[in-house]
Design a protein around this ligand. Structure first.
Ligand code: V07
Length: 255
């Protein structure tokens, strides 16, 4: 696969302050493809899993800062349906991270009124992983602060395929006519049915593709790419992404 690197993004040229960013509307839903963890480790002659571990620390830091900024939903692409193809040792390590993250940070997340959610196919997760995420979802389901939404074993095409199958069943049963299949009906069959679409998508590490992530939901989302590797992503990078989002005039297809 020809990996076209995103050269359009200059290094952090303009420093933004939290106060400046808070003077303008904050994107309600920010989605992040947290890429570059393996490369971060390779640059330091470390094993790939060291990059994943470091990336997990950044998840905590950025979650806290997103909450401070008043972002309502933060969706993080933690594991795709394609990631099962990675070496078994790496997949086994990755499947331990949800548990490790929640064991360490769930008390703080509860303290900060964060509502943990997961989109993706949980049936295929190891029992210990599924148990950890379902416990966190249960223990935070009444929290009304930031929705921290992990995409875990998530694939957009699988999500769309399942939605179409369920809608077709409704039509077969005579409970839905083809004319009644509207965009809102389709959206109501997606895993993100309770969430508004992302306003801003961030992808790190210079890759410029969606990688089977929220293909329906990102129809009108602003994209912000950076060459920064996820383990090096800081609050200042999030401020820059939000500030640049605020400077763009979104038209939702209009003029
Ligand atoms: C598989 C995986 C990988 C993972 N990485 C760390 C971040 C960079 C991306 C790859 C590695 N992180 N980070 C946090 C979680 C997680 C998932 C669900 C949950 F409820 C709580 C935490 C996670 N899960």
């Amino acid at each position: 696969m020809f990996n076209k690197l995103w050269k359009g993004h200059k290094p952090l040229s303009t420093e933004y302050t939290k106060e400046e960013v808070l003077r303008h509307p904050i994107p309600e839903h920010v989605a992040i493809i947290m890429d570059g963890n393996g490369r971060w480790a390779k640059k330091r002659s470390l094993p790939r899993v060291a990059g994943h571990y470091e990336g997990m620390q950044v998840v905590r830091k950025i979650t806290r800062f997103a909450n401070e900024l008043g972002i309502k939903v933060l969706t993080l692409y933690a594991f795709s349906t394609e990631n099962w193809k990675r070496p078994k040792q790496e997949v086994d390590y990755l499947m331990k991270l949800p548990e490790q993250f929640l064991t360490t940070f769930l008390p703080e997340l509860i303290e900060e009124n964060v509502n943990v959610r997961v989109i993706g196919n949980r049936d295929q997760l190891p029992e210990h992983t599924r148990r950890a995420v379902e416990k966190a979802m249960e223990e935070t389901k009444h929290n009304t602060g930031l929705i921290l939404n992990f995409a875990l074993n998530y694939g957009s095409r699988r999500e769309l395929t399942y939605a179409m199958q369920e809608i077709a069943k409704q039509v077969t049963k005579g409970q839905l006519t083809p004319e009644e299949i509207t965009e809102d009906v389709i959206a109501s069959y997606l895993m993100t049915k309770d969430l508004k679409d992302p306003d801003l998508l961030i992808r790190t590490s210079g890759e410029i593709r969606l990688s089977n992530f929220m293909l329906w939901q990102l129809a009108y989302t602003e994209f912000w790419f950076t060459d920064v590797l996820w383990p090096d992503f800081t609050e200042q990078h999030l401020l820059q992404a939000v500030a640049e989002f605020q400077q763009r005039g979104r038209r939702f297809g209009g003029v």
